[in-house]
Design a protein around this ligand. Structure first.
Ligand code: G3P
Length: 216
């Protein structure tokens, strides 16, 4: 499963890339606002750090506006992936942009039928929001399992990008189901390494090592 970082914070992106845990980045208007940076400038900088896709979201709601914004975003770097909303205009833009060789991420997916539409529109990625789905009394992972089943039934190539990931259980279940990608805040990704028995083990080994009086 590929790991994307759901952030526009450069320090975090560099950090994860250095550890080897970064296959791509996803941003959205809220994350750009949080970074306090100029959208195009920060997107360009992120694209220079990451080899994989960097999702940059359009804000227009109509097809022509989305295409206009996408043309600007595509010029930033070859690894920009245009993020469009799950609307009929978004799907139309998806079809046109992927037909023209761009990567497209169809975002704000909350149903398996929506994911089916994204695949039919030729999306590179579809982003089901598991955390927000859970928050509203639905089962985010059931949604991922449904999408996996449907995509496999018809051999759709659209990659399932599990988004709105809040904790390690989301990551674990996404991997169990066979999602292609998950995007999570850097803290969630780094938190996956933590285990109390690992910490305890290190502590015990170091205590025993100190008794030997040796150095390496
Ligand atoms: O990038 C989209 C998604 O990951 C947002 O997550 O935590 O705002 O629901 P969240």
């Amino acid at each position: 499963m590929k790991f994307f970082a759901d952030t526009a914070e450069i320090a975090d992106i560099k950090d994860l890339a250095a550890i080897g845990l970064l296959d791509g980045v996803t941003t959205n208007p809220s994350l750009i606002a949080k970074s306090g940076r100029d959208f195009k400038e920060v997107t360009k900088e992120i694209c220079g750090i990451v080899n994989g896709p960097v999702s940059a979201e359009v804000v227009a709601l109509d097809y022509d506006g989305m295409m206009r914004e996408a043309a600007i975003l595509r010029k930033i770097a070859d690894n920009v992936c245009i993020k469009v909303p799950m609307t009929l205009d978004g799907l139309k833009a998806c079809k046109a942009l992927t037909g023209d060789g761009s990567m497209v991420n169809v975002t704000l997916c909350f149903s398996a039928n929506q994911a089916l539409l994204a695949a039919k529109a030729g999306a590179t990625f579809v982003s089901p929001f598991v955390g927000r789905h859970d928050d509203n009394g639905f089962d985010g992972m059931e949604l991922i399992a449904d999408i996996r089943l449907i995509y496999d039934n018809y051999d759709f190539r659209t990659e399932i990008l599990v988004a709105s990931v809040r904790h390690g259980i989301h990551v674990l279940n996404a991997a169990r189901i066979g999602a292609d990608v998950m995007t999570a805040p850097p803290a969630v990704i780094k938190g996956l390494v933590k285990h109390v028995l690992t910490d305890k083990g290190i502590e015990g080994f170091l205590a025993d090592w100190a008794k030997t009086g040796q150095t390496i």
